[in-house]
Write a protein that binds this ligand. Sequence first.
Ligand SMILES: [Zn+2]
Length: 538
Amino acid sequence: MAASGSGNQSGKAFYVTTPIYYVNDAPHLGHAYTTVAGDVLTRWHRQRGERVWFLTGTDEHGQKVLRTAEAKGVSPQEWCDKLVEEAWKPLWRHLEIANDDFIRTTEKRHTDRVREFVQDLYDKGEIYQGGYEGPYCVGCEEYKLPGELIAGEGEHAGEQLCPIHKRPVEILKEENYFFKLSEYGDRLLAHYEANPDFIQPESARNEVVNFVRQGLQDLSISRSTFDWGVPVPWDGRHVIYVWVDALLNYATAVGYNQNQDTFEGSFPADVHLIGKDILRFHAVIWPALLMANGLRLPGRIVANGWLLVGGEKMSKSNLTGISPRDITSHFGVDAFRWYLLRAIAYGQDGSFSWEDLAARYTSELANDYGNLASRVAAMVGKYFDGVLPEATADGEAERAVHDSLAKTVAEADRKIGDDVEFQAGIQTIFDFVKQVNGYISEQEPWKVAKDDSPEGRARLATILYTAAESLRAVAVLLNPFMPESSQRLWESLGAEPALGALAGQRVQDAGEWGRLPAGSTITKGAVLFPRLEDKPGA
Ligand SMILES: [Zn+2]
């Protein structure tokens, strides 16, 4: 093998993806949920010192986008361009999403490679021509099995509905090209068996295994009744099925068939984050397509559950969805990023509620966390003129905090970095915050401050150092979730001169006691989480 003269050959990036989202409307809470999760996972691994590649983007082909554009009286490309530039990309910037790339399936770098990928399958005999008739949901862009449909009621009485969209399916009959998906059932089952973590959570894995065990049908991979898509290379009357086109973004975005260095430096994804409504596409069709073309399979597919608002699922077709900006304008971006991952166990169904968000904001962010930070800064200001004193009188209580921090860091790293269990990770970090609050309450530094003796001063210094050093670690651990407030805490602690930028702090080092040097300048910055009644517009 020839040595490469350039590029990082030191190993593969940790590669995280969100789904690419349909651009038939502006992003809603459900899209933001998955994308924030991807961003937090990305930032966490970056703080482990790993090279990470985080991809998101938009899925712009298919009948649904075409119909939406027609209804708006514009071309589908104009519709996509407008939404991507005016809605999608600005929202991700607003939410501080640190994606490395944003792929659009109408880009030439994608469409050319999709044609090559499908041509390769065709040349290998994996694709044949055939006919198919069956119920089709345009909302899902998917043929449904008759057994999956539900009977309509009310205005849809007598009709068969998609179980996800609760809208009538259409009977589609097409002469199409088919991928021999049915031949991959055994290999897929063997892969699930050999890789128990391939599909998370367990409920999603069970659903997929049961589905594949029932036997797979070949997959129609082209459409000829409309033309908004990537033309089939050997038959221009057809376009490639939008889901095959979309799934391939994970390969085309990192240089499939184009740049071998970047492709091998990233592909396959370590974690595909998805919603459970698109589980089968990712856990069945995607790996089968990769097997058919001799490519490696992704590490994990992690599905989040339904997001409910007042009992209604936030779906692709539910236009009553809450805009993420409605929430951030009231609570701020950090609280928004934190809340859904805090309130819902990732992978389970969960609800968004204004009342619950307001309650948690006040009790956990403002009272437990924000208050701790401002109290410690105020006391170092008052008793030590804002200069962090040295801890010279560590006792039992301090050693308990040191031990607890080390355990917190290890546990949070395992839960968030390895297991993709954000809620459990946040819980661990906030348990530590509570413990530090309890430590201060028990040590009563405001009483110790009345003792002017050298022993009293040493004791006071030790208490305040212990609290400030704990906050130094909390800023590191919460930075992936809440980068803005974490940065303000970092500045308030005067940590940057000695330790460098917050984003450069390694998670592995966060539990090492005593990193924040005595002598650091502690300032009472702005309140991390202002009380809601103090917030402008509240
Ligand atoms: Zn549907």
